[in-house]
Design a protein around this ligand. Structure first.
Ligand code: PSU
Ligand code: MN
Length: 305
């Protein structure tokens, strides 16, 4: 791939050239989604989990004016520890690249990098979506239109209840995103296994996801597939505690006038504080679970394709 703004790590480039399974990871979860040192530990753990599953991990970020596909240890550490790391969605990419600053990619910008590099599976925690109070704020994450555009299957534990989940599902349909429940009939709600809302389709194996990916893209349909993988029941956070922390976080954001790109990181931090680290433990457990499933899907897709 010849693109002067794309920098693909040698190990990732080699795997892609040989049709071996590769799994993309986002970097906003490292820079803005968790505190140090848990963020760096989680980044390492996710990469290892993907390797154990037989795939090559590729953490995506903006480094030295390039969209980096596959971060090395120094880059991961910079993302996890540096002050002022940018939070980069599609609209921020031009200035992040041109400035030469370090940037953490959200789901949207990670999707752009994965698609450009030819990585078809991406593991994250939770996606962005339609925020509560959208009628006043018009706050809809750039993750939604990007999921409608990039040819990538995203494995997530659904969406947090900091969002309006019914409206998020409607927006996903409008964007043409194929939403699958992985071993479930309901859309997962991040810390808890279920939002109570039905998913359009249920699948029960990596092969079923791989077949859907192949079918979608063989037809020439662009756009992604969202695999909703519920957190295992025994690792889930206490629903009432999370609910109360979420309500308090939303109240606090309102009273502090927090909005735009600062809103999601603010809410994540507030919930983590309010639940005394319980939510952080659940967060790590669910992304690890997503990494296991993501590697299996990448493996299945490498055999279908
Ligand atoms: N939701 C989570 N954890 C996260 C994010 C969302 O449960 O870390 C991050 C992801 O990087 C996602 C971004 O793409 O927040 C969405 O931000 P916004 O709402 O500003 O679009
Ligand atoms: Mn927003």
């Amino acid at each position: 791939m010849v693109n002067s703004r794309l920098q693909v790590a040698p190990e990732v480039a080699e795997a892609l050239a040989n049709g071996r399974p590769v799994v993309a990871l986002e970097s906003t979860i490292v820079a803005h989604g968790m505190p140090y040192p848990e963020n760096l530990e989680t980044a390492h753990m996710l990469e290892q989990t993907i390797r154990d599953g037989g795939a090559i991990p590729a953490t995506i970020a903006v480094i030295n004016g390039k969209l980096q596909i596959g971060c090395d240890e120094a880059m991961l550490r910079a993302l996890a520890t540096e002050e002022g790391v940018l939070k980069v969605s599609r609209r921020d990419l031009p200035m992040a690249l041109a400035s030469g600053k370090t940037g953490a990619t959200t789901v949207s910008a990670t999707l752009i990098g994965a698609d450009l590099a030819g990585i078809r599976v991406f593991v994250t925690g939770g996606i962005g979506g339609v925020h509560r109070g959208v009628a006043e704020t018009w706050d809809v994450s750039a993750d939604i239109p990007e999921l409608g555009r990039a040819r990538v299957a995203v494995v997530s534990a659904g969406a947090k209840s900091i969002l309006d989940i019914p409206k998020t599902l409607e927006a996903l349909e409008t964007a043409g995103v194929t939403v699958l429940g992985y071993g479930t009939d309901t859309f997962p709600a991040f810390f808890v296994p279920s939002s109570g809302l039905p998913v359009p389709y249920r699948v029960d194996s990596p092969k079923e996801v791989a077949d859907a990916m192949a079918a979608k893209w063989s037809l020439g349909l662009g756009g992604g597939i969202l695999v909703g993988n519920p957190i295992p029941e025994e690792l889930a956070a206490d629903a009432v505690t999370v609910h109360n922390a979420t309500e308090a976080a939303l109240e606090s954001a309102k009273s502090h006038g927090i909005g735009g790109k600062d809103l999601t990181p603010f809410l994540l931090k507030s919930i983590s504080h309010a639940t005394g680290g319980d939510s952080l433990a659940a967060n790590r457990a669910l992304v690890a679970h997503n990494a296991t499933v993501g590697a299996a899907i990448a493996l299945a897709f490498s055999q279908v394709d």
